[in-house]
Design a protein around this ligand. Structure first.
Ligand code: GRF
Length: 213
């Protein structure tokens, strides 16, 4: 059974979606720890109430990014995960972590990458009147939101849709596609081979999963 560590900063609805699938046995993995840089992250409460180990490493207690990452790296080494999942983790990791764990860290990002890396993706979609929006799941590299893509879920935007509604629909898509990807990784059906994502599942062979919601 794969050992997963989650890194979060906030609400943790994606974390919850994965916890639920681990509990039913749909995902063959054990969430061994949930780490947050934000002591007030509600995701920490979710993990505690599921009996999952939690760790707060508050970035504000460190003078710079390197010192914060050293502490985080030390903790991750102790926990010794097979997979590190970034789910709403609002810190940029340094190469110390991204290089050491390349191929073992994935991130979920609320846009159709390479469009809109970084923050405020939903308002950018609205401002630019994009006809579609969505979610990307990718391996984490040294470049922000730019590592090898694993999967995308697309949603159609609606005319004059309120940003809150758009965000809610993106979240709903995340909660569907993220568990699917994590299941495949935990079953060794998706691996990163140098820079190329390999799908062992025939249905997804050769292309990244691209779903429409
Ligand atoms: C998600 O939209 C994810 O794509 C982004 O941060 C948000 C986290 O939401 N990286 P939650 O904390 O899982 O509810």
């Amino acid at each position: 059974m794969k050992r997963i560590v989650f890194l979060i900063s906030g609400n943790g609805t994606n974390l919850q979606a994965i916890i639920d699938k681990c509990k039913t046995g749909d995902i063959n993995a054990n969430i061994v720890s949930v780490v947050s840089n934000n002591p007030d992250a509600f995701g920490i409460e979710r993990a505690k109430s599921e009996g999952i180990e939690t760790k707060v490493i508050n970035h504000k207690n460190f003078k710079n990014r390197d010192l914060f990452d050293n502490e985080l790296f030390k903790y991750i080494e102790e926990v010794n995960p097979d997979l590190i999942v970034l789910a709403g983790f609002m810190r940029i990791l340094t190469p110390k972590i991204t290089d050491s764990y390349f191929g073992k860290i994935i991130n979920i990002h609320p846009s159709l990458l390479p469009k809109y890396p970084g923050l405020n993706t939903h308002s950018k979609v609205i401002e630019n009147k994009d006809s579609s929006h969505g979610v990307s799941i990718h391996y984490v590299s040294n470049e922000l939101d730019a590592g090898p893509l694993i999967a995308q879920a697309t949603i159609k935007t609606k005319d004059k849709e309120a940003i809150e509604d758009l965000i809610e629909r993106v979240h709903a898509a995340e909660h569907k596609i993220f568990p699917k990807v994590i299941k495949l990784i935990c079953d060794d059906q998706i691996v990163l081979n140098s820079e190329k994502v390999i799908f062992h599942d025939l249905k997804t062979n050769g292309v990244h999963i691209d779903e429409y919601y």
